[in-house]
Design a protein around this ligand. Structure first.
Ligand SMILES: [Zn+2]
Length: 341
């Protein structure tokens, strides 16, 4: 086997979240990936390089060239936000049209990468003029997120003629929708101190939320505007381990406090109706959410409060993406395979 797996660790952020960011053209990941496929397809069809390269085994030189292209293309994609930088918002992409001026990139700008800067020069201008078949795939390492595979590599191509690049990168799916990540416990463990004053501690009619021998309290206040309910859906999303966390929660507005602890054992809790009902006669309110977690099961407590743009909610639900792992940056394997066309 002449396929070389080139594995390097990069601290990069894939741009998946931005790709899916439904802001102007409201581009969904699948469409974006389709557009990348289209782009690769266009690249492949522009070409007129080699006729029957794949019917024979490539020479050492041919393979080395292919491998260099694979490495440089991967590096470019993973180290650059693309050109133009907001290329994923291009109107044409919504209609499956890929402008010749677009060079896709998957990096999220302003994140730390190897040398602290994006590659300023696009070596890929040259790279992209060749004639290739390729696939790109993203395989999450440890999570319930499914893989993404895109591209046009023919299944029948001899493995010896395929150059493979494998990079471990950090991929950001939907973490920008997180309002609160309630994982302070994990960071501080037994030393955890409440960083916000809980209204239950100062109200003599309510149970005190000081930590005790058995459990910790995590209490947060946040404001919701009635208007924001027109644009966002609010959910409390937990890892499936929440069932074993022996946790309880209370959600209340500061005007209607209560001591009614509910067991926290569902992965998805829709909060919209709570807010809609409460804000019927007001334009905003301050809420507090209180979690009580068993000290012995702190590691099972993984919960985020998210606000999802309403026009994306149905997509997330139908793609089974309303899951805790999608709201945290994940380590993924990025695998690119290239052959001559
Ligand atoms: Zn509290």
């Amino acid at each position: 086997m002449r396929i070389k797996h080139l594995i390097k660790n990069h601290i990069l952020q894939c741009k998946i979240r931005n790709l899916i960011k439904d802001q102007y053209g409201l581009l969904h990941s699948t469409e974006l990936l389709l557009s990348i496929i289209l782009l690769l397809f266009i690249i492949a069809t522009i070409a007129n390089l080699s006729d029957n390269l794949n019917e024979k085994i490539l020479s050492e030189e041919e393979f080395n060239t292919l491998e260099t292209i694979a490495i440089e293309s991967s590096d470019y994609l993973l180290n650059n936000p693309g050109n133009p930088e907001n290329w994923e918002e291009d109107d044409g992409l919504n209609n499956g049209i890929v402008s010749r001026n677009i060079i896709p990139g998957l990096a999220v700008k302003k994140k730390i990468i190897d040398n602290g800067e994006f590659y300023s020069e696009s070596e890929s201008d040259e790279i992209l003029n060749g004639s290739y078949q390729s696939t790109m795939a993203i395989y999450p390492l440890k999570s319930k997120i499914g893989p993404l595979v895109m591209g046009n590599l023919d299944d029948n191509i001899n493995d010896n003629n395929i150059a493979v690049v494998n990079r471990t990168v950090k991929c950001d799916y939907y973490s920008s929708f997180v309002v609160y990540d309630f994982n302070d416990f994990e960071l501080s463990g037994d030393d955890y101190d409440e960083d916000e004053i809980c209204n239950h501690d100062t109200n003599p009619n309510l149970t005190n939320h000081s930590n005790d021998e058995r459990s910790l309290w995590l209490c947060k206040n946040f404001k919701i505007y009635k208007k924001s309910l027109e644009n966002y859906d609010y959910y409390l999303i937990s890892d499936e381990s929440i069932k074993n966390s022996n946790s309880y929660w209370i959600l209340e507005s500061l005007n209607k406090t209560n001591d009614d602890r509910q067991s926290l054992d569902q992965e998805i809790i829709d909060l919209n109706q709570v807010f809609i009902n409460d804000l019927e006669n007001s334009s905003e309110d301050i809420y507090s959410i209180h979690f009580n977690v068993d000290k012995n099961h702190i590691n099972n407590f993984k919960t985020v409060l998210v606000a999802i743009p309403k026009n994306m909610t149905n997509n997330l639900i139908s793609n089974d993406e309303l899951k805790y792992d999608y709201f945290n940056v994940q380590d993924v394997n990025f695998v690119m395979k290239i052959s001559y066309d």
